[in-house]
Design a protein around this ligand. Sequence first.
Ligand SMILES: Cc1cc2nc3c(=O)[nH]c(=O)nc-3n(C[C@H](O)[C@H](O)[C@H](O)COP(=O)(O)OP(=O)(O)OC[C@H]3O[C@@H](n4cnc5c(N)ncnc54)[C@H](O)[C@@H]3O)c2cc1C
Length: 374
Amino acid sequence: MDSAIVVGAGTFGASLAWLLAREGVAVTLIDQFEPGDARSTSGGETRLYRCAHGGDAEYTASARRGRELWRELEAETGERLLHERGVAWFAHLEDGWEAHSERALRELDIPVERLDPSEAARLYPSFVADDLRFVLLEPEAGAIRAAHAVRALTAAAQAQGARVKRARARPAGHAVELEGSGTKLEAGAVIWACGGWLRDLFPGLVDLRVTRQELYFLDGGDAWRDVPAWVDYDLAAYGTGDLDDLGVKIAPDVEGPPLGPDDPLPPASPEGEAGARAYAQRRFPALAEAPLRHSICCRYELSPDSNFIAAPHPVEPGVWIVGGGSGHGFKHGPAFAERIVAALRGTGELPDRFGLRERQPGRSFRTAGSSFEP
Ligand SMILES: Cc1cc2nc3c(=O)[nH]c(=O)nc-3n(C[C@H](O)[C@H](O)[C@H](O)COP(=O)(O)OP(=O)(O)OC[C@H]3O[C@@H](n4cnc5c(N)ncnc54)[C@H](O)[C@@H]3O)c2cc1C
């Protein structure tokens, strides 16, 4: 494979472009928007990066490898992308997602600490833990500056010789047709890494639900700057401390209503804000009445089982489909791309679960996605 076209400069496509260009492949990276645009799923300011994935050793190892590659990208570009203040998981059950995560993390020698709820109180300026069994802390996890990271991947790919093109594209057999000009581009490999747009580009092949999600940023003051990010898996909520003066992020993570990839992003809703504040009241009471700094609406593209997609097109030789981040893909970008590059070269295999087959609903790798009361 001497040449490749990657359509989509989100975390998956831009990572592919970076790694392929680093290996000397002549890469063209195409996106309809500027990298990091808020309309793509990789846009926006921050994403959690953490290794815990319940008992799933493969995603756990992938996230850890991702951290190494993000660090390489930082070194290559001089950008500060990772903000490592830890991620705390709030465990409602003795043997639930967090306990399974702990076992998988320890087996892979990834640092992790189990804290009593009373000990965990030291992590936050205000914290209620009377409904928790324990708190699992991943000290070497945190947040990644998402839009920055996508721009850094793209810049690093360019520095390694990749061509970056702004255009909307559509599949034309094994080629890529640019809308407007009708120009057709061909290459040894064509990878469509188009996030929520994949299901319309490849109808019948890609099964994704595109949903509306909301994020709220509350002004908690200086005390919330260096606190760990957190995930309340069973209550379907997560957030970060006040990173880069954005405010404390609270993300209600129940799956939202459908919102098409080309639909305008509406403003976040008052009901969503009320939900975020109700969560704060329960977990971080000092934030419940804190002023709202800002709020945004974005979208997930969810595969039925929340596994990623990375598979060759069933008919068109050299064409690949990559996506299905399912609300947890960002951190994996470069590590996932590394595995795809190996598969493209025939030196590595991808698991069946990334394939373009019919999928049954499965446990979410993000949060439970719907709230429960233990
Ligand atoms: C609110 C929110 C919170 C999240 N939190 C986390 C988190 O904490 N941790 C984590 O790891 N992940 C998280 N995720 C998930 C993660 O962000 C996504 O899984 C990941 O960004 C998906 O990347 P992608 O490259 O597949 O898609 P995208 O980022 O959407 O990239 C696809 C690109 O393809 C382009 N494109 C599409 N169609 C065309 C076309 N026809 N022609 C040209 N270009 C095209 C688009 O413009 C876009 O830039 C979150 C996502 C959201 C929305």
